[in-house]
Structure formats: structure tokens, C-alpha cells
Write a protein that binds this ligand. Structure first.
Ligand code: GTP
Ligand code: MG
Length: 584
């Protein structure tokens, strides 16, 4: 199937032509038929001589209904421009064509209708020239009469040739179905329709709806009036949603493949075509079937920042248009350059941003994104519409290679500085390093630590960081030598001072496992605990504090905290009468 939107001035015969081609009534409302005028979008389809199907989105031509027209053409890649032979080129011929051009629609046909009423030559020449100057380029042209049927076979053949030229849709892409209609079907619930431009929908699929916390589920699918288990792009589809109230969604909403789109209310864009120098500060952004008021902030000669009144699922490269609803005027097309632009807080930030944007063209560019963002998660880039082929540096994180190299150097510097400032600590805590480098995730620190640095017990240091600074190591060695034959006699406080073991040094030695701390200034050699248990186990059980003190050949200063530590570790148990037993 391929989908074509009509375009053209009011009363030029768009709906009559669609009716003549399809045998279906595009004007769905009684009011439309009574007034002989299309108000809202109409939908009809037919089989072409080739056997292929064309579906039409028939738009209103009246200037009051241009927003409806834009909702219809937004997601559609091809247009049938209709001009009446007897009236020729008119204001909404021009406005509709400007809209197609702004959206970058590249495929189309020209039908000069009402050819039974006047010679189509003049209207045809003018329209061809106008169209040739737009993104549509030179188009095939057919003179027709919706009344007599003249020219219809030629138009059908031309539609077939147009279909053959259209790009092959990408059915593996994520779905972004812009809703152009929503209604309730008795017994089925909410149904929405739209033009599926890419991807594939299946009954049972879960989809995301912007602004809704819960996913929505596809209960049924219709295309061309028939129920189907699945529909692949390009297609007109009607989607029945399970359990979604009708008032939760409508025209301008989008049904999305979950997790694949970034919802943004701030975008930097390039103005396409001939941007007016004095763009109004508030305009309406039309993209897909959505129309959202925006505030415009000029940045460069043809680049602006748009603040959207509500977030939309936009991708880098999206085409959209800006319109001044007050003046009935398409102000220009836009191409989205950045859907997650940086804030412009500092002085000169806007000028700097304009320079960055000058080099962007809306084509997703992984290397450029990494250069500008330095560190970003692959999922975040994919949600912006930037395909990711690069390998992550850690977890889901991608890094600009130059930035990653600099971070590696910084790690070495920071760890060395920390070691200088904290000589007794066995390395820099990982989280302190993460904060110092302003890294968003601990896995990045872990990936940046390379030999000879390593992470041990939550700290980054050299492989020898477990070892003690030399003076402390020497002091511990002397304690060992002096107390080898009386392991439960802890050095007195003044002896510790003589040895150069102040509180910081003792702390370092304890962390390194070179000393065992019983109390503030009561330290033993680390094997003392096991030795003590052996000695105490040889005593008649239970034993008193005094018996333990004598057996260990030590003082109360050591014996009390030593036994308490053994109690805590479960090696001894204190009985109600204060005697103890060794637990075996
Ligand atoms: N004689 C003649 N009349 C036509 C032809 N096509 C359309 N008309 C008449 O022109 C009038 C407008 O036709 P529509 O098809 O409603 O025009 P439209 O472009 O859909 O108008 P809007 O949807 O309001 O923009 C109707 O009265 C049609 O009967 C044609 O080829 N020949
Ligand atoms: Mg009509």
C-alpha cells in the first residue's frame, strides 16, 4: 500500500477526484456533505492497475482548516496536488504547496481538475512551475474531470508510476504512529487511526503513549477496512486499544515502540527554505499530526531554539513546519538538529551554540554526538534517533575517544594527588574519584582504572597500596621483635609514641592488617587472637578473668578488651558469674 495526501485550494475538486477514483466518500461528516466542503481529513482507498493499493488522505482546502490539512500531510510521504482548471493557482494552492515544501515532501503528482469547465493549459503551466521550485520538483501532470471521468485512467497509471518511485519503507524501525483520529466503537472501545510510515504493528503489541504511565496494548488492528493480525509500513491503520479511555488520546498524540523515543520540549532546529528575518516569537510547530505552540529563540542566521508547550517524541532529522496561525502563513520548514540541547545559561552560550549548530545538518552523526556530549548512554542516543554502532566503554556508556583518554590521565593524576595528601590511606575511595571527575556512574570509574592502578576494597591505588608506608612498616617490625616472646603484652602508650606510632599510623597499620587494635592505644600483633584462644582452651573451664590474665602473662589493660573481643567473635562465652568458657 502507499499513501497519498491531497493538497489544493478550497473547492478545486479534491474530494470529487478521490470519490471518482475510489468509489468511497471522503467527506465523512453530514455537515461536510451539507456544505459541500471538506472540514476534516477523509480517508479512501482503491486498487491500481498494477494491483497495488493506494490510500488517500483527503484534506480540506479552506484556509480556516489548514491545521487539519497539516495533521493529514505531516506523516504522509507523497502528495496529489489538485488545481482547478477554471480557477487556477489560488492562495491555499500556494499555502498547501509551501507546507509540503517545508515538510520536505519529495514525491507527488499534479491533477488539474474541472478540465471539463475550462482549458487546463494555463492552470497547468502555472502550477507546474510553482511545484518545480519546491521539494516536489518536476511532477507528472494529468488533466482530469471528476464529473465526466476524463483523464482518470491516465491518473491511475500515473499513481502507479509514483508508487514505484517511492522509497522502500523500513519495517524494522520503531513505530511512531501519529494519531489523526480517535473514536469509540461500541463493544471494542477506543480506536485511533494514523499513517504508519515505518515499522510494524501486531495485535498484542505493547506501545507507549506520551504522558501515560502505563503502556497501551493493541487489541485489534484494521487496515483498509479489514481486521488484520499485523500491519507493516507504509499503511493506513486503525488501532483498537485495550483499556485506554477515549479521552486519553487524540489527534497529535503518538503511539510509540516503548523506550525508543525521547520526549522533548526543547529542540534546536534549522529553518529551511527562505527563513524570514523577523520570525515571530511565538508560532505553532506542526510535526506529524501534532500542532504545538512554541516560543522561538533565534540562535544563528538560520538556526533557532524552540520551546514547545508540551513535549513531543522527536528525533534528530525530523522535518516539521512553523506556522503563524494569526496570519494564515507558513513561516517555514524546520529540520530538527538536536532534541536534547544544552541549556544556554552562561554569557555567550547562545553564540557558541549557533556555531555548533552551523555544522549540523540533521543527519544523525554518532561521532559528532559523542564529541559534543562526551559521555552518553547508548539508549539515550538511540532514543534521539542516532543509530549506535560503537562499542560501549563500560555498561551502556559510550565515550568520545579523546575525552576518555583525558579521563584516564586524570584518574592517574587524582589518585597520585590523593596518595600525597593521604599518605596513610591505602588508595582513593572509588566514590571520591567518581565525584572528583564528575562521572555519572561508578562503572565508568571502574573501567578507567588500569594497571598499575587497581581497585581493592573500594579504593583505587597501586597494586602495592596494601603495603604500609615505610616508617610505619619499620615500627611494626620493631613491635614484632620486641614482643615475640610475650605476645599479650601490649606496648604502653609512651612506648608507642617512641616507636612513632601515633593514632594515624596505628590506624594505617590496623587497616593493612599489621596490628590488631583492642582499644585506642592497646594494640597486639595480629596472630595474638588465635594464640590467645589456644592458651585459654588449655585452662580448666570455666576460667576467671584473673586466671586468663595469668595464663596469657598480661595485664588487665589487655586482658579485659581481649576477652571482650573474643566474646564478640564467639570464641569465648561469658557466663552469668563473669567466668568464661572457650566455645569449641
Ligand atoms: N464540472 C466539474 N465540477 C467539479 C469537478 N470536480 C469538482 N467539481 C465540483 O466542484 C465543487 C467542489 O468540489 P470538491 O470536490 O468538494 O472540492 P474540494 O477540493 O474537495 O473542496 P474542499 O475539500 O472544501 O477544499 C463541487 O460542487 C463539485 O461537484 C469537475 O471535474 N468538473
Ligand atoms: Mg474536499
Amino acid at each position: 500500500m502507499f499513501v497519498v495526501a491531497t493538497a489544493g485550494h478550497v473547492d478545486h475538486g479534491k474530494s470529487t477526484l478521490v470519490r471518482a477514483l475510489t468509489g468511497m466518500e471522503p467527506d465523512r461528516w453530514a455537515e461536510e456533505r451539507r456544505r459541500g466542503m471538506t472540514i476534516d481529513l477523509g480517508f479512501a482507498w482503491t486498487t491500481l492497475p498494477s494491483g497495488g493499493t493506494v490510500a488517500f488522505v483527503d484534506v480540506p482546502g479552506h484556509e480556516r482548516f489548514v491545521p487539519n490539512m497539516l495533521a493529514g500531510v505531516g506523516p504522509v510521504p507523497a502528495a496529489l496536488v489538485v488545481v482547478a482548471a477554471d480557477e487556477g493557482w489560488m492562495p491555499q494552492s500556494a499555502e498547501h504547496l509551501a507546507a509540503l515544501d517545508a515538510l520536505g515532501v519529495g514525491y507527488g503528482l499534479l491533477a488539474v481538475t474541472r478540465a471539463d469547465l475550462a482549458d487546463p493549459g494555463l492552470a497547468m503551466d502555472r502550477a507546474r512551475a510553482e511545484i518545480a521550485a519546491t521539494s516536489l520538483g518536476v511532477v507528472e501532470t494529468v488533466a482530469v474531470s471528476g464529473l465526466t471521468g476524463d483523464g482518470l485512467p491516465e491518473l491511475r497509471a500515473a499513481l502507479d508510476r509514483l508508487a514505484a518511485r517511492l522509497p522502500v519503507p523500513t519495517v524494522d524501525d520503531p513505530v511512531r504512529l501519529w494519531v489523526d483520529r480517535s473514536f469509540t466503537v461500541r463493544g471494542s472501545g477506543t480506536v485511533v487511526t494514523g499513517t504508519l510510515g515505518a515499522g510494524r504493528l501486531r495485535v498484542g503489541d505493547e506501545l507507549e503513549l506520551a504522558g501515560a504511565d502505563e503502556p497501551v496494548r493493541v487489541r485489534g488492528l484494521h487496515s483498509l477496512g479489514q481486521a488484520r493480525p499485523e500491519a507493516a509500513a507504509v499503511a493506513r491503520v486503525a488501532v483498537n486499544l485495550r483499556g485506554t479511555p477515549r479521552d486519553r488520546l487524540g489527534r497529535g498524540d503518538a503511539l510509540l515502540t516503548p523506550g525508543r523515543f525521547h520526549h522533548t520540549d526543547l529542540v534546536d532546529v534549522r529553518l529551511t527554505g527562505d527563513p524570514a528575518a523577523d520570525l515571530p516569537a511565538t508560532l505553532t510547530l506542526h510535526v506529524g499530526s501534532a500542532a504545538v505552540p512554541v516560543r522561538v529563540r533565534p540562535l544563528g542566521p538560520d538556526t533557532v531554539r524552540l520551546r514547545l508547550a508540551r513535549p513531543l517524541p522527536l528525533l534528530v532529522g525530523d522535518r516539521a513546519l512553523l506556522r503563524d496561525p494569526g496570519r494564515h502563513h507558513v513561516s517555514g520548514g524546520v529540520r530538527v538538529l538536536d532534541v536534547a540541547p544544552p541549556p544556554l545559561a552562561r554569557r555567550g552560550a547562545a553564540a557558541a551554540r549557533a556555531q555548533v549548530l552551523a555544522d549540523l545538518d540533521g543527519r544523525p552523526d554518532l561521532a559528532g554526538e559523542l564529541r559534543r556530549r562526551r559521555l552518553i548512554q547508548a539508549g539515550a542516543l538511540i532514543r534521539m534517533g542516532v543509530p549506535v554502532q560503537a562499542a560501549p566503554v563500560a555498561g551502556d556508556w559510550l565515550a568520545d575517544p579523546g575525552h576518555w583518554q583525558r579521563l584516564g590521565d586524570q584518574v592517574t593524576e587524582e589518585v597520585a594527588r590523593y596518595a600525597r595528601e593521604h599518605p596513610l590511606e591505602p588508595g582513593m575511595p572509588v566514590d571520591a574519584l567518581r565525584q572528583r571527575l564528575a562521572l555519572p556512574d561508578r562503572v565508568l570509574v571502574e573501567a578507567l582504572v588500569r594497571p598499575p592502578l587497581r581497585i581493592h576494597a573500594g579504593r583505587v591505588g597501586t597494586a602495592s597500596a596494601g603495603a604500609l608506608p615505610e616508617p610505619v612498616a619499620l615500627a611494626v617490625q620493631r613491635v614484632r621483635a620486641e614482643y615475640a616472646d610475650r605476645p599479650f603484652r601490649a606496648p604502653e602508650a609512651d612506648r608507642l609514641v617512641d616507636l612513632g606510632l601515633g593514632p594515624r599510623e596505628i590506624g594505617a597499620a590496623v587497616r593493612a592488617g599489621a596490628l590488631l587494635r583492642l582499644a585506642d592505644t592497646v594494640v597486639l600483633l595480629p596472630d595474638a587472637l588465635d594464640d590467645a584462644v589456644r592458651v585459654l582452651a588449655a585452662l580448666p573451664q570455666p576460667f576467671t578473668l584473673s586466671a586468663a590474665r595469668q595464663a596469657l602473662d598480661t595485664t588487665r589493660r589487655v586482658a579485659v578488651p581481649l576477652l571482650e573481643l573474643l566474646d564478640r567473635r564467639g570464641a569465648t562465652r561469658r557466663l552469668p558469674d563473669d567466668a568464661r568458657i572457650v566455645v569449641t
